[in-house]
Write a protein that binds this ligand. Structure first.
Ligand code: NDP
Ligand code: GDR
Length: 348
């Protein structure tokens, strides 16, 4: 069972589990607009006899719904990927974020307990490098102290510890994957990497003038989502539950990601000015392509993330293959196709 199946990670994980022969049950929210674009290719008529992929309506804020679905499905493994996952948005909707991301995790653990499935159902929690927040040490590992810097991170901190507590209190096979940022062509369009690669494609194809961003100084440890969902699966295949960092061990500034993405479409940038006056200017033509907009700054920022994946390598045999530059190139190439297609549809 996968919560958050319509998101980036849910789509890649569902694909992986189906490849492995699993029967996959996904929980999706009711939406007034289409929200299954990332998993459409996996969906077949559930009435056919060998159907292996099922979708159910549900929500992490509704415990009766979760209890009923878990009772019905009796899952061997639950991957809890559902969350209000945008850090900046969590400052606007802190209570909802706490409810879905924090208490939502508790609701699933309690459902497992109420239904007496503690010894049957293994549980994976989508924990995050945002727990580290204000830098305490680098690189960040499973033993680095947490210091959350947003309502999102504070909610995920609760979820992290309630998972540890239910593991210790009730002997549940419940584990946290402390995943550093992972991206892909399926990444949500308001996260910084995808916002950049989409804008670069739109600018190249003549549909956008400029890209407005927030803090260009932030550093992130960016890996490929497809490789990280394999790590989630490996965590649940271990004899004993535990908590693991998944990361590349390399950190890159937002500014460098912007520069590389533009260079992929032949626009070489130089940077002029400082702070909110900084601009990304084309070296050849002097045209301004990137500007800073205060509205994208967060009240408290996480300046530097760089993970130490040594434990995952030693115990799970998990290693990443894709570096941030290859990831950036893949995302720009994919967005050139996506943006071109969208405008072709518009033109019809
Ligand atoms: P996305 O934002 O792409 O997907 C989130 C999913 O959760 C979507 O399917 C969304 O549904 C669903 N969802 C949101 N709120 C609820 C709710 N109340 N009830 C049920 N479902 C809900 O996130 P990612 O795939 O990138 O991330 C997956 C998980 O991993 C998240 O928990 C995130 O916080 C965490 N994480 C992500 C990292 C990353 O770099 N990607 C790193 C570390 C942790 P809908 O499609 O309808 O919006
Ligand atoms: P993050 O991802 O907050 O790390 O959370 P995001 O891509 O939103 O931000 C990364 C960094 O880029 C800076 N930034 C901008 N961010 C956005 N979204 N938009 C901008 O215009 C912009 N300009 C600069 C941010 O300030 C930040 O420093 C992601 C989510 O997937 C979480 O769910 C997950 O837990 C963490 O990664 C690990």
């Amino acid at each position: 069972m996968i919560t958050g199946i319509t998101g980036q990670d849910g789509a890649y994980l569902a694909e992986l589990l189906l490849e492995k022969g699993y029967i996959v049950h996904g929980i999706k929210r009711r939406s007034s607009s289409f929200n299954t674009g990332r998993i459409e290719h996996l969906y077949r008529d559930p009435h056919v006899p060998d159907a292996k992929f099922f979708l159910h309506y549900g929500d992490l804020t509704d415990s009766t719904n979760l209890i009923r679905l878990i009772q019905q499905v009796q899952p061997d493994e639950i991957y809890n990927l559902a969350a209000q996952s945008h850090v900046a948005v969590s400052f606007e909707t802190p209570e909802y974020t706490a409810n879905a991301d924090g208490i939502g995790t508790l609701r699933i653990l309690e459902a497992i307990r109420i239904l007496g499935l503690e010894k049957k159902t293994r549980f994976y929690q989508a924990s995050t490098s945002e727990l580290y927040g204000l830098v305490q040490e680098v690189p960040q590992s499973e033993t680095t102290p947490f210091y959350p810097r947003s309502p999102y991170a504070a909610a995920k901190l609760y979820a992290y510890w309630i998972v540890v507590n239910y593991r210790e209190a009730y002997g549940m096979h419940a584990s946290n994957g402390i995943l550093f940022n992972h991206e892909s062509p399926l990444r949500g369009e308001t996260f910084v990497t995808r916002k950049i690669t989409r804008a670069v494609a739109a600018i190249k194809l003549g549909h956008q003038e400029r890209l407005f961003l927030g803090n260009l100084d932030a550093r992130r440890d960016w890996g490929h989502a497809k490789e990280y969902v394999r790590g989630m699966w490996l965590i649940l295949q271990q004899d004993h539950p535990d908590d693991y960092v998944l990361a590349t061990g390399e950190t890159t500034q937002v500014r460098d990601f912007v520069e590389l993405a533009f260079s992929e479409v032949g626009i070489r940038l130089r940077w002029e000015g400082e702070g909110v006056d900084e601009k990304g200017v084309c070296k050849d033509t002097g045209r301004i392509y990137v500007e800073v907009d205060r509205r994208y700054f967060r009240p408290t920022e996480v300046d530097l993330l760089i993970g130490d994946p040594a434990k995952a390598k030693a115990k799970l045999g998990w290693v990443h293959a894709t570096r941030w530059d290859a990831l950036c190139r893949e995302m720009v190439a994919a967005d050139l196709i996506t943006v071109a297609r969208e405008h072709l549809h518009d033109a019809r």
